[in-house]
Design a protein. Structure first.
Length: 367
């Protein structure tokens, strides 16, 4: 029976205000009366089961429901120049709304928002700046740009609580991609969630320093598999991955071990990764215990809808968090018990109300 957790339905207005052509796919020309929405991918592929894919799924949903034209371009590299080239290619093709997933686009958008003033830009997990340090640093969210961040620490916290409740005791691990704020917040939130469960819910889980590893990239699948194998050999029961393609390697390792009878788990990230962890299709068995979700797809969709409605919040920085249902666990969690889901739902409400505050700082946590 499929088990339900709090749904993450996020409306466009329920947002908390704050503070050389590569590979491509498109549904037609940007010319014409339809709004043409373009995306430039970050490191990894469009089907990375993570950030690129989540963003593209939101754009494709808008294509289906809002009758827009959609196209993505994959740059030849990950430099500012590579990104600006693909932004220019989209703009010249009349794609006047461009969505970019990730902080690596910050310096490119700092220039693009001023160069293409009649276009609308959305950056996820970042904000336009010049990339310089000290007094030379400049940042600006232009009137034609929206910067969106997520409270990763909150979904990480919920995943930590759920994991501890389901497994009760033993060792846990974390594999991150690059050591950047969004990944760190997932890590630190997860550690806080495990600690909360240990202190308040009768669990006895441990996270050793050697089992918290940043691989250094988001596309080294083999590296992720190797790190996961080492952790499982050290007795780790479940690994939380916030690492894109690196996390896919960890999932591959867990699937192989589960198919051979081992009881190992992965906690997915960004999107519901249950399907990616299926190792027994006949019985729909997956090694994904749950996933720490942030509604990347809904963020992209909502900004497209706002543009169409004439309410695009240009110049603003938005936070998707528990208060506006922008983060959480998947709506369906086949590997979590009803009791675990009920407890996690209660804790989710406490985060929403402010009774539980998840820190975004490292403090005494493992890197």
């Amino acid at each position: 029976m499929k088990k339900k957790v709090i749904a993450l339905a996020l409306s466009a207005l329920m947002l908390t205000g704050l503070v050389g052509c590569g590979n491509s796919a498109d549904s037609g020309s940007g010319n014409g009366e339809k709004l043409a929405v373009g995306m430039v991918t970050d490191a990894g592929t469009i089907d990375d089961k993570s950030f690129n894919q989540g963003t593209w799924e939101g754009i494709k949903k808008a294509e289906s429901e809002l009758d827009v034209t959609a196209k993505y371009l994959k740059p030849g590299g990950t430099t500012e120049s590579d990104y600006l080239t693909e932004i220019a290619n989209l703009y010249e093709g009349d794609y006047k709304m461009i969505i970019t997933p990730g902080y690596k686009f910050e310096t490119a958008l700092m220039k693009a928002q001023d160069q293409y003033t009649d276009a609308k830009f959305v950056i996820l997990d970042g904000s336009p700046n010049n990339g310089k340090e000290g007094e030379a640093f400049e940042a600006k969210v232009g009137d034609n740009t929206v910067a969106i961040y997520f409270a990763e620490q909150e979904s990480g916290f919920l995943a930590g609580v759920a994991t501890a409740l389901e497994l009760k005791d033993g060792e846990l691990g974390f594999i991150g991609g690059m050591e950047i704020p969004a990944v760190q917040k997932f890590n630190w939130g997860f550690q806080q969630g495990v600690a909360y469960a240990n202190e308040n819910l009768g669990t006895s889980m441990n996270i050793a320093k050697e089992n918290v590893v940043y691989e250094g990239s988001f596309d080294n699948v083999a590296g992720g598999q190797q790190i996961a194998a080492q952790m499982y050999e050290r007795g780790v029961k479940a690994i939380f991955t916030a690492a894109g393609g690196v996390g896919a390697g960890a999932i591959n390792e867990a699937k192989t071990r589960a198919a051979n009878g081992e009881n190992v788990w992965v906690i997915g990230v960004d999107v519901d990764q249950y399907a990616d962890g299926i190792y027994d299709e006949a019985n729909n068995k997956s090694i994904i215990l749950t996933s720490a979700v942030k509604k990347i797809d809904q963020a992209a969709y909502d900004m497209i809808k706002a543009n169409l409605d004439g309410t695009f919040p240009g110049g603003e920085t938005l936070i998707f968090d528990a208060k506006n249902d922008g983060v959480g666990l998947p709506a369906e969690n086949p590997n979590l018990s009803d009791e675990t889901i009920k407890t996690v739902n209660d804790i989710f409400e406490k985060i929403k109300s402010g009774d539980i505050v998840v820190s975004i700082e490292q403090g005494d946590l493992i890197k």
